[in-house]
Design a protein around this ligand. Structure first.
Ligand SMILES: [Cu+2]
Length: 67
């Protein structure tokens, strides 16, 4: 499953790494693409949407939309 999360507060490479590491830490097979200008995190993973949302929030970011 692939989801596009629009997040708030992802402003630099450190943020994208924090989010990517948190997701890959739960699912090593996950593919994570981040786009700072668009504030999106695109995740292709076996994890469900709730678990991914929770992981991004726990990493310290707010989610404003999920597609
Ligand atoms: Cu940052």
């Amino acid at each position: 499953m692939a989801f596009i999360f629009t997040v708030k507060g992802m402003n630099c490479g450190h943020c994208t790494q924090t989010i990517t590491k948190a997701i890959v830490g739960l699912d090593p097979q996950a593919k994570v693409e981040t786009d700072i200008p668009k504030q999106t995190v695109t995740v292709s993973s076996g994890l469900d949407r709730e678990k991914l949302s929770e992981t991004i929030i726990d990493a310290g970011y707010d989610i404003v939309a999920v597609a």
